[in-house]
Design a protein around this ligand. Structure first.
Ligand code: CMC
Length: 428
């Protein structure tokens, strides 16, 4: 018998099956042969929330949740955060290798020269109400790009994919910043190609009447590192949406809109916004123990805590905590940091959180930094989406090039009514 296999006995029939194990996984389709009789459909695996289902093979990101390890293409997140830039990391995530100097120059040139959006998109963004959530604006505007770049439908053409990659990475900050300026009732600021990716984003957010915006180098670097930390995170909800929508061969703008919509929710990328609301609600350090007690009783969840994969400290949260001090030197300290640190301290000593391995995640400290930079909470998930765009694109391309992949179409267990005859309304 092959040692790399699983032997399963179906006690309904007494039959035994040998299922090959590859990469510590069995193929769900191998279960289909297990039948009670010939008419039987065959066994399926039931896995709501895909808690134990690998939907793809990937070479992009490794997370070791037990050890708190995150690597893009093999490079530890700590090294990239310290030594790389967001655009270099984006190149790595999308292309698989760190670029040479000339490859990087070309990449930066191409991204920088796709930052402008069509003037009609401005009108489109203007159509939103002043209090529209900027994430709703981003999702809609990203989908709208698909109507401006109809060549994006050529998903099988590598040159077209490359072009849409530049466009998406370049235009997401522009859409995000325009959404922000609209909500503030301020004129849009066009991209400045002389600035870095993060510096230009700050320019589009904050430029007022000065002729040339000069980003603060500490805040510029902080943004760049925050984008690096968010660049990819394997098969999370938003990325799964990207792959699912991409699997029907939609264009990448619509798929990114779907991914951003997945990210929007408070259990995912919207958690950073909720963390800030939570810290404000707690209000002071003295209220932390009572708040933790209420979370333990199931009244609500501690936002920014817990993760499907990490059962250890999220390495991104550790890096963000370090950046916070540097940012506060420039912006002044955000008093919410003291509440956050106390909340973390109490929770990490508490049996409820310890036994469930609930640690602070990436969203726990990022919002405190953003708030110190005067960015409204509703923008937080938008910032997450900008950073995540290279990850979405690279996961989408990996899916398209993977011969084993097919349109995403899970099965269900039907537990509804059996066939019944229509009853006229007067007889019901
Ligand atoms: N506060 C209190 N209890 C929690 C929390 C929390 N934040 N997270 C999980 N639990 C409890 C949960 O009640 C359950 O307890 P029990 O076993 O007694 O029923 C146990 O821990 C396991 O939770 P789960 O819901 O089965 O875990 P999951 O893997 O399905 O959910 C999660 C992961 C991130 C959705 C969840 O931890 C959560 O809701 N956290 C708060 C929202 C948040 O911070 N999300 C950001 C995630 S990181 C950024 C990103 O990549 O999206």
């Amino acid at each position: 018998m092959n040692k790399n296999s699983l032997t399963v006995t179906d006690n309904r029939t007494g039959k035994t099956y040998e299922l090959p194990i590859e990469n510590e996984t069995i193929r769900a389709m191998d279960l289909r042969q297990i039948k009670e009789n010939e008419e039987d459909f065959g066994l399926m695996a039931y896995d709501p929330g895909f808690k134990n289902t690998a939907a793809c093979k990937s070479t992009i990101t490794l997370i070791d949740g037990e050890k708190g390890i995150l690597r893009y293409r093999g490079y530890p997140i700590e090294q990239l955060a310290e030594k790389s830039t967001f655009l270099e990391t984006a190149y790595l995530v999308v292309n698989g290798e760190l670029p040479t100097k000339s490859e990087l120059d070309e990449w930066i040139w191409n991204v920088t020269h796709h930052t402008i959006i069509h003037e009609n998109i401005k009108k489109f963004i203007d159509g939103f109400r002043y209090d529209a959530h900027p994430m709703g604006i981003l999702v809609s505007a990203a989908a709208a790009l698909s109507t401006f770049y109809t060549d994006a439908k050529n998903i099988k053409d590598p040159e077209s994919r490359k072009k849409q990659t530049y466009r998406l990475i370049a235009k997401m900050p522009t859409l995000a910043a325009f959404g922000y300026r609209h909500s503030m009732g301020m004129p849009f600021v066009y991209p400045d190609n002389e600035l870095s990716y993060a510096g230009n984003f700050l320019n589009m957010l904050f430029k007022m009447t000065e002729l040339k915006y000069k980003p603060d180098p500490v805040l510029e670097r902080a943004f760049d590192v925050l984008f690096i930390l968010h660049a990819d995170h394997e098969q999370n909800c938003g990325t799964t949406a990207m792959r699912t929508v991409g699997s029907s061969e939609s264009d990448p703008f619509c798929a990114v809109a779907a991914a951003a919509a997945g990210l929007y929710g408070p259990l995912h990328g919207g958690a950073n916004e909720q963390v800030l609301r939570m810290l404000r609600e707690i209000g002071s350090i003295q209220n932390v123990p009572d708040y933790v007690k209420r979370a333990k009783s199931g009244e609500f969840r501690l936002m920014g805590f817990g993760h499907r994969v990490y059962k250890n400290y999220d390495p991104r949260a550790k890096i963000i905590k370090e950046i916070a001090d540097e940012v506060f030197e420039v912006t002044g300290k955000n008093p919410l940091i003291d509440i956050a640190v106390e909340l973390e301290r109490i929770a990490l000593e508490d049996d409820y959180f310890v036994t469930r391995k609930l640690y602070p995640n990436v969203d726990f400290y990022s919002g405190i930094i953003y708030e110190a930079m005067d960015i409204p909470v509703t923008m937080f998930p938008v910032l997450f989406a900008i950073g995540r765009t290279p990850g979405w694109i690279s996961q989408w391309e990996e899916l398209l090039l993977d011969k084993e992949q097919a349109i995403s179409r899970p099965r269900q267990i039907y537990l509804g009514e059996d066939k019944r005859d229509y009853v006229q309304i007067e007889n019901r």
